[in-house]
Design a protein around this ligand. Structure first.
Ligand code: ADP
Ligand code: MG
Length: 320
């Protein structure tokens, strides 16, 4: 199978066909209609074998996760994802792998009505680069720079479960079958908080998705908003599985330092908390209050005993 046959076979048939795609895959470039009153929101994320997923990872999960991490960036901006491109580098044409990869990717694309509109396919080390494009009503994007002193800080779900699943996968600790079931999807097939992100427009002052750990990602909000935070550590949501293995998993250091959670961290002013509660009910999402924004720079982590604590590392950073 040559490159062109591969592209035709796997990427031309679309599960999602959007009305606003004037020219889709097959021409030199895609052409899309942008509605008046909206801004285009663009983001990209690359997954490299051996860095972001192990060589033996299931292809279906890789397809899901490659798109999920991009959708998560749309969620953090409060955008409605709409179109994506796929840059694929593959060492060989492994049809079983491609079949499963496409299933994982297109199933998730169908869930959020996002259409694959183009890409490039080359031979090389297995690498998946996706660029995602979405829409937001003009001026309503959520940003990292809008947090204000007095805002309440929330996260949308438990932290540390992906780290726990990876530690099990690497043989660093042992989970029961039942525990694995509960946390492995957090690592392999994360659910991006897309609808929640859109629901937070006009409510949250700032937002970020937690890909590198709460410490690092909240840190980005604080830096860009020129504020600080006080966090009440017992309020940081941990799953029952995580709490069972708390010590061996690395405690709060791992839960707030490892990342790959793809929950949102948001800040909300006091006069919007009732609105937050109603969209939580509407979307079936729980917002966990973990602290407050303060004017003094830095994060003050407060333990159950009222003591100060510092995380040992500041999340995952390439080239460090
Ligand atoms: P060109 O040489 O002009 O870049 P290609 O042969 O690379 O053209 O691509 C032909 C068409 O197939 C283009 O519309 C391109 O966007 C699409 N395409 C190529 N690779 C992929 C891919 N991995 N996923 C989606 N579309 C792809
Ligand atoms: Mg090309």
């Amino acid at each position: 199978m040559n490159e062109f046959e591969l592209i035709q076979r796997y990427f031309w048939r679309q599960t999602v066909v959007r009305q606003d795609v004037a020219i889709a895959i097959g021409d030199d470039a895609a052409v899309i209609d942008i509605p008046a009153g909206y801004q285009l929101v663009v983001s990209t994320d690359v997954l490299v074998e051996g860095v972001h997923f192990p060589s033996d990872a299931a292809a279906q999960a890789i397809g899901h996760k490659a798109l999920a991490v991009n959708l998560s960036d749309m969620a953090a901006m409060g955008a409605e994802p709409a179109w994506f491109t796929l840059n694929l580098s593959l060492p060989d044409v492994d049809e079983n792998w491609l079949e499963a990869f496409c299933r994982g990717m297109f199933d998730l694309a169908g869930e959020y009505n996002v259409q694959l509109i183009g890409g490039d396919t080359v031979k090389g080390p297995r690498t998946i680069g996706i660029q995602i494009n979405g829409l937001v009503p003009t001026g309503q994007a959520l940003t990292r720079s809008g947090a204000a002193s007095g805002d309440y800080i929330y996260v949308t779900g438990t932290l540390g479960d992906a780290a726990l699943a990876l530690a099990h996968h690497q043989g660093k600790l042992t989970l029961t079958e039942d525990e694995q079931q509960k946390v492995s999807s957090r690592l392999h097939t994360p659910e991006p908080r897309v609808r929640i992100g859109q629901g937070l427009r006009g409510i949250a002052n700032s937002a970020i998705d937690i890909s590198d750990g709460l410490a690092a990602d909240l840190g980005h909000i604080l830096e860009m908003s020129k504020v600080g935070a006080r966090l009440n550590m017992p309020d940081i949501p941990l799953s029952s599985v995580y709490r069972t293995h708390f010590e061996v998993a690395g405690g709060y250091a791992t839960a707030v330092g490892f990342g790959d959670d793809y929950e949102l961290c948001i800040t909300v002013p006091g006069d919007k908390t009732d609105k937050l509660e109603s969209i939580g009910l509407e979307l079936g999402c729980r917002f966990y209050l973990i602290g407050e924004i303060e004017s003094e720079a830095g994060i003050r982590w407060i333990t159950a005993d009222g003591e100060r604590w510092e995380p040992p590392s500041h999340g995952y950073s390439h080239f460090r």
